[in-house]
Ligand binder design. Structure first.
Ligand code: SF4
Length: 507
C-alpha cells in the first residue's frame, strides 16, 4: 500500500548477564531494524548502578555518527529497553508526541520501572479513575502511563510478585500489548496480551537475551535462533542469568493478519509460521491468481506499487507467467514528513513520490498489485498517473481483503469514515479510482496463505468481529451510528469516551 498507514510502535530490549557488558549496541541496531513501526519518536533507557538513564527525541532514530556516539557514551549499562513510536490515538501535536515518548519511567515508593510497549489499549478511561485516586494526576496523555501505573498498582497489591501482578493486569487491561518492563532492580519482564495481537519474539546469544517486535531486530544482532513470547505469557529475566517462562493466563491467539500484508518487514518470521513474511505475500498473490483467472486473461504486464506489494507482484508473475515490470519507481527522499501540511500538499507529495516509465505502460493492459486499500487516495493518484502514461486497461489486485472496519489494536485506521471499504462496494471503489476493476483477496485465500487457523487470527478490520468485548461493543455502536449517517467527526472510535475530557496519544 503506498498510502503509508502507520503502526503503533517497535520495541527492543536486552539484558547481559555479564555486568561488565553494555547492551547499547544491541539496542541501537535492534531498534533501527524496527524504525518502520514508528517514526514519530524514539527512546532508549538503560540501567546503570540502579538508576535509569534516558535518551529520547522526536523523529527517526539518529544515524549521524556523532549523535550515535553520544548516545553510546551516555547509555552505559548491562540492561536496557527502547522504543520507536507512532501515536495511534490523540493529537499529533508536538506536546502530545513529547509526552508520549517511550520508554516511560514511573515510580511508587521504592519501586521504579521503565516501560516500552507496542499496541493500543481499548478500555483506558475505565482504568484511569482508580489510578488517579492512587497516583494523582497523570503526567502524560499517553496510555503507556495507564499501563505502567496499572502495573505499579498491581505490584503493590501483590507484594511485588510480578507473576501475580501481570496476571491481574492481563485480566483487566483490554487491547493489544506486547510489553517490556525494566525494573530498577535490574530484572527485565516481557509479556503479551492473551490474544497476542502484536508480534513479540526473543533470542539468546552467549550471555545476552534480547526481546523484539520482529525477528530481523534479532538477526541483525546475530542471535541465531528466535522464539516467541506467547499470548498470555510472562518471561522473567533475572540480572543473575535465570530466565523463567510462565504461561500466566490461557492464550486465546488472534495475531494481527495485517502484519502479514503490510506492516511487518518482508524478512520477518511471525509466530505461528515458519516462512518469512515475503513468502506469505507471494502466496497471497498466488491465491489471487487462482480466484481471478478470467480477469487476468489478456493482461500484458504486472505492476506493483513499491515496495510493500513487490513480493506479491512477484508471486503473481510466478503464478501466471505474465511479465512483472518494475516500471513504477518510488523516490525515497520524498518523505512522509512532507505530509504534515494538509491534504492538498499530501496529494501533491504522493504525486511527486512515484514515477512511471511511460513507454513500458503505454497501450498495455495492466494488472496493478496493491497490498491493501485503506483510504485509497494514493491508489487513485497512481491510477491517474498510469492513465496519463497511456495504460489501456487497469485492473487492480489487492492482497488483503476489503477493509471495512476500524482497528482498535494499534493500527492507524480508526474511524469508519476514513475507510473506503466501509463506504463503497468493490465496483464503486473501482469507479471512484477510475480502474477497470478492483479485485480483493478472499478471507479464505488470506487465511490459507498465512497458514494459521482463522480462529487464531485477528481479521476484525475485514469481518467486524473483534477478539475483545469492549472493542466489539464500541465498534458495533459507532458502526450503527455511521450507517445512520451520524458523523464520527474524525474521532478515533476508542477515543469516543475520552474525547470530552481529553485527547490521549497511545503507544
Ligand atoms: S483489526 Fe485489522 S489491523 Fe487491527 S489488529 Fe485486527 S487484523 Fe490487525
Amino acid at each position: 500500500m503506498s498510502e503509508e498507514i502507520s503502526e503503533a510502535c517497535g520495541i527492543f530490549g536486552a539484558v547481559s548477564f555479564d555486568p561488565g557488558t553494555d547492551v547499547f549496541s544491541y539496542l541501537y541496531w535492534g531498534l533501527l531494524s524496527l524504525n518502520h513501526r514508528g517514526q514519530q519518536s524514539y527512546g532508549f533507557t538503560t540501567l546503570r548502578k540502579g538508576k535509569f538513564v534516558k535518551r529520547e527525541d522526536l523523529d527517526l532514530i539518529p544515524t549521524n555518527p556523532r549523535e550515535v556516539e553520544s548516545l553510546a557514551a551516555s547509555l552505559k549499562g548491562s540492561a536496557g529497553i527502547s522504543n520507536a513510536r507512532y501515536a495511534t490515538s490523540g493529537s499529533s501535536g508536538i506536546k502530545h508526541l513529547e509526552g508520549g515518548k517511550q520508554p516511560l519511567v514511573v515510580s511508587s515508593g521504592n519501586r521504579s520501572i521503565a516501560v516500552s510497549y507496542n499496541g493500543n489499549i481499548v478500555n483506558t478511561q475505565k482504568l484511569r479513575n482508580p489510578l488517579r485516586e492512587k497516583f494523582g494526576r497523570f503526567k502524560t496523555d499517553a496510555d503507556t502511563e495507564v499501563l505502567a501505573k496499572k502495573l505499579l498498582l498491581s505490584l503493590d497489591e501483590n507484594s511485588g510478585n510480578y507473576e501475580e501482578a501481570v496476571a491481574a493486569l492481563l485480566d483487566e487491561v483490554e487491547g493489544a500489548y506486547s510489553v517490556m518492563i525494566l525494573d530498577s532492580s535490574g530484572d527485565l519482564f516481557a509479556f503479551r496480551d492473551v490474544h497476542g495481537i502484536r508480534p513479540f519474539c526473543f533470542g539468546k546469544k552467549d550471555k545476552v537475551i534480547a526481546f523484539a517486535s520482529e525477528t530481523p531486530a534479532l538477526d541483525i544482532n546475530e542471535f541465531e535462533d528466535h522464539e516467541f513470547v506467547e499470548a498470555g505469557e510472562l518471561i522473567s529475566v533475572s540480572k543473575n542469568g535465570s530466565v523463567k517462562r510462565s504461561q500466566i493466563r490461557k492464550p486465546d491467539p488472534a495475531l494481527c493478519s495485517f502484519e502479514f500484508a503490510y506492516f511487518s518487514r518482508p524478512d520477518t518470521v511471525l509466530n505461528g509460521t515458519t516462512e518469512p513474511v515475503y513468502k506469505i505475500r507471494e502466496s497471497f498473490a498466488k491465491s489471487l491468481a487462482t480466484s481471478n483467472g478470467e480477469r487476468l486473461r489478456g493482461i500484458d504486464i504486472i505492476l506493483s506499487m513499491p515496495e510493500t506489494a513487490d513480493d506479491a507482484a512477484y508471486g503473481l508473475h510466478e503464478a501466471t507467467g505474465i511479465p512483472w515490470e518494475r516500471a513504477v519507481r518510488k523516490n525515497r527522499y520524498v518523505t512522509r514528513r512532507a505530509f504534515i501540511s494538509g491534504k492538498s500538499n499530501r496529494e501533491s507529495v504522493i504525486d511527486k513520490k512515484m514515477n512511471i516509465v511511460s513507454n513500458l505502460v503505454r497501450g498495455k493492459n495492466v494488472a496493478v498489485v496493491e497490498d491493501s486499500i485503506v483510504r485509497g487516495d494514493t491508489t487513485r493518484i497512481n491510477i491517474a498517473k498510469l492513465r496519463k502514461a497511456g495504460a489501456k486497461k487497469i485492473d487492480v489486485f489487492v492482497t488483503f481483503p476489503k477493509i471495512a472496519n476500524p482497528c482498535l489494536y494499534g493500527v492507524d485506521m480508526s474511524t469508519y469514515g476514513e475507510l473506503l471499504g466501509a463506504k463503497m462496494t468493490p465496483e464503486e471503489i473501482s469507479k471512484w479510482m477510475d480502474a477497470d476493476s478492483v479485485n480483493y483477496q478472499t478471507i479464505e485465500g488470506l487465511v490459507n496463505a498465512i497458514g494459521i487457523p482463522q480462529d487464531s487470527l485477528c481479521i476484525a478490520c475485514v469481518t467486524g468481529k473483534y477478539p475483545t468485548p469492549e472493542a466489539q461493543k464500541l465498534a458495533d455502536e459507532i458502526r450503527s451510528q455511521f450507517l445512520n449517517g451520524v458523523s464520527e467527526g474524525g474521532v478515533r472510535i476508542y477515543e469516543k469516551e475520552d474525547i470530552r475530557r481529553r485527547r490521549r496519544p497511545s503507544c
